[in-house]
Design a protein around this ligand. Sequence first.
Ligand code: PLP
Length: 369
Amino acid sequence: MQVSFVDLRSQYQSIKKEIDGAISRVIEDCAFVGGKYLDSFEQNFARYAGARHAIGVGNGTDALFIALKSLGLKQGDEVITVANSFMATSEAITLAGARPVFVDCDEKTYNIDVRKLEQAITPKTKVLLPVHLYGQPADMTEIMALAKKHGLMVIEDAAQAHGAKFNGQKVGTFGDLACFSFFPGKNLGAYGDGGAIVSNNDQLALKARMFANHGRVEKYNHEFEGANSRLDGLQAAILDVKLKYLDQWNSRRRAVAKIYDSQLRGKVTIPFIQTGCESVYHLYVIRLKNRDKIASILKSKGISTGIHYPIPLPFLKAYGYLGHQPQDFPVAHALKDQILSLPIHGSMKDEEVHYVIEHLKSALEAAHE
Ligand SMILES: Cc1ncc(COP(=O)(O)O)c(C=O)c1O
């Protein structure tokens, strides 16, 4: 059996008629940039996220960059984020003209360690940028309390967490702005690049919308310099179809996680979900010894796995100039050799889940012999 990490083909097959119809309509209407399909998706996604505004943009990285630019950051401002995330999180900070400041991850959730967060705040700090990593919300109670205490803005990186909840509230509605990615493999994925910014702040939402469209509201009347980063009509129409299935696919991810949990508990470190958090399991990340050996045994059995991420952000060559050492981020440093992401997605079949479990169990025995 082959178990792929994500299975976009079977997802497409399950909704083919609706997707094909949506694509044809956009082409027939020539609604390629802007237009009714984008408007519809923006409205539906805002409603889904529980926010007043959603602005479609070119991709999740741009969403972060534009959100940061909308806050009017200046050279030398600092933005605090987590050591374990995808490069886009910190890259957007630098692109927006600020300086990334990293905080270690929590030993259990792998999200930003809120106990270490306050120590990283300096007079130059302007923004806190938590990531809802692997689909599990960061501790937004603590983060919002710290932001309030120190007068900071908050941008949520929700690229991996469409639909996740913290104390019953959807992620994306805690901070001043929140950013989503619709990269194809995400819980809600387009058929190409795509992203969105959501916000309950009318002024910031307007600023972000203008920034994404050359600093304008009206054609040729540019109020400031921005960028060209728009979600195109085809992607918006596809996403509008897929949005209707997102809760169903997220439920399936949770059901798969439950099977993994029950079968793997005590054998490896299974994901720890903080009380009050509803994860959407963008990734199911276990922690174990002999990670590389086990991953290669699984590969030989046709099972794809991933590592998210093999090099924590502060240790990337790109951030060599910050001069960080392993002891600055002991948790992130230890995790990088021990974490393994197992296949999980909304179309995963029970037999695939059990096949992974069976071969992981034998690989664990073989690796420890
Ligand atoms: C945590 C995180 N932030 C940002 C991004 C950037 O999104 P995109 O790939 O759509 O630019 C991603 C996706 O890859 C991500 O996982």
